[in-house]
Design a protein around this ligand. Structure first.
Ligand code: SAM
Length: 482
């Protein structure tokens, strides 16, 4: 494995020689001019654009082949020819003179290689594949380019302006370093993206004041009231199903308060120093490990201490997630909060098994029901539910026999198709299908574990994936159960 030492060169006013006059040479010349180099091109013929650059006085052109001595006084040279023998001759001279040389597509004659570059203002990202695959470097550069848009150039300008001011206002280097990370991890970038640069400045100022207060007040909990709680939906399971905004909030979090169904990979997205507080229901236990009132108090007090809190919940926070109660508590306490919706398992779990919850021919409405409603006296209108074309039950695995029996008792035909999807969107996803009459027993035989979502209705008819899953699940069933 070849390790190249990555560096950014200051070429302002330095002599650079490009041997070759075609399209690649032209591209290299443009890059060198951008960096402020004095460029000489050596080639018997050159492209139209290079001609124009010469006329504009931006490059010097020697219209002849390379000859020894051409690199005199050069800091750097690029050989953009197809001629290996010429490259070798340039290489010999470059080595003798200590001139940096890149021979395009000719690694043995390179003392440096050129990375694929993504630039946004003063942000430059360089990707190298050690000369093995420029095409891969370009594709990776494009991917990175999609992540680093023009807002980062604007943010960088803001940060550059602040640098000396911050050194004065927050003299403690350790606190200041931490503050810089807080700023770049914060939602200031979101404001810039929306074009609200003033909002970004305000947000940064808030963080600076908090850090300055930390120093002056000799306390780790300054600026009461500066914190905020983002109640974020983590999606149904697969960590890729959180929203982009949810991920941004998570990456800016100082404290993450999370539930059991949150994927561990998502917790890795929070900054390393962020405090992670588990408040969810532990497997096999009843209720929350922390009562809801205590979770509310925790959120309020943590935000009041000036910290940026993310309350991370499985699925969507407002679908059987007690998000509403947390909002009420935060509102009553005067703590600023926001809700970042998530992909709910009520829709995503069926979707992951290929089952749509609505269908133009089969279902123009669906209801999402809390399955444990069935274990006790229920206030729900089961006659009405049984008439709906599609039903989704969450938290219903344990009560599956009661749910299906109740729907049948309230008039839903026994042969109505139904499916249970467990651990949807995760590698261990399993689906068992059947009818209202058969599903509970099939799920029992298959030994499905929570979390699981039940879907009932003719929407199953258009579910080829579910059918395949069902065949796979059938292998788990005893022959009698089939
Ligand atoms: C307390 S509720 C929370 C629902 C969550 N707020 C949402 O919008 O998905 C938990 C229930 O969601 C369902 N659930 C969550 N994750 C699931 C998954 N990966 N696969 C299937 N069902 C899931 C199960 O019915 C589980 O009992």
């Amino acid at each position: 494995m070849t390790h190249f030492y990555p560096a950014f060169l200051d070429l302002r006013g330095r002599r650079a020689v490009v041997i070759g006059g075609g399209a690649i040479a032209e591209q290299k010349v443009m890059g060198l001019l951008d960096a402020g180099a004095r460029v000489t091109v050596i080639s018997p013929s050159v492209s139209r654009r290079l001609d124009d650059l010469e006329v504009a006085g931006r490059v010097t052109i020697a219209r002849r082949p390379y000859r020894p001595g051409d690199l005199a006084g050069a800091f750097l040279a690029i050989a953009a020819t197809d001629d290996r023998a010429a490259n070798r001759a340039v290489w010999v001279e470059a080595e003798a003179r200590g001139v940096l040389l890149n021979a395009v597509d000719d690694l043995p004659h390179c003392s440096f290689i050129a990375p694929a570059i993504h630039r946004q203002g003063d942000v430059t990202v360089a990707v190298s594949t050690a000369g093995k695959s420029p095409a891969l470097a370009v594709r990776l550069r494009e991917r990175i380019g999609r992540l680093i848009g023009p807002e980062y150039a604007t943010l960088l300008e803001l940060l550059g302006e602040l640098r000396s001011e911050l050194a004065q206002r927050v003299p403690d280097a350790r606190i200041r370093t931490r503050l810089w990370y807080r700023i770049v991890d914060s939602d200031a970038i979101e404001s810039v993206r929306r074009g609200d640069v003033a909002g970004a400045r305000r947000r940064i100022e808030q963080l600076v004041q908090a850090a300055a207060g930390r120093r002056n007040g000799r306390t780790a909990r300054p600026t009461r009231g500066a914190g905020i709680v983002s109640i974020v939906g983590a999606g149904p399971g697969d960590p890729g199903l959180i929203t982009r905004r949810g991920l941004e909030r998570l990456r800016a979090a100082e404290v993450v308060v999370y539930d059991r169904l949150v994927h561990p990979d998502l917790l890795e997205e929070a900054p390393p120093w962020a405090e992670r507080i588990f408040v969810g229901k532990r497997p096999g236990s009843e209720g929350h490990s922390l009562p809801q009132e205590q979770i509310n108090t925790l959120l309020i007090e943590t935000a009041r201490s000036g910290r940026v809190v993310v309350r991370l919940k499985g699925g969507d926070p407002f679908v059987f997630g007690r998000g509403a109660e947390e909002c009420e508590a935060l509102r009553a306490a005067g703590v600023p909060y926001e809700v970042v919706p998530g992909v709910t398992s009520a829709i995503a779990a069926p979707a992951a098994a290929g089952i749509p919850v609505t269908h133009r021919h089969h279902a123009s409405a669906f209801a999402v029901v809390a399955g444990h409603e069935c274990e006790e006296a229920s206030d729900l209108d089961w006659d009405a539910l049984a008439r709906l074309p599609a039903l989704v039950f969450l938290m219903g695995l344990r009560a599956l026999p009661q749910i299906t029996a109740r729907l049948i008792a309230h008039g839903m035909p026994e042969e109505t198709p139904a499916a249970v999807i467990a651990s949807a969107t995760l590698p261990e996803q399993r689906t068992v299908t059947g009818t209202l009459a058969t599903l509970a027993e099939r799920a029992e035989v298959a030994g499905l574990e929570p979390p699981a979502t039940l879907v009932v209705g003719k929407v199953m008819a258009s579910a080829p994936v579910a059918e395949r899953d069902w065949l796979a699940a059938a292998a788990c069933l005893s022959p009698g159960a089939m």
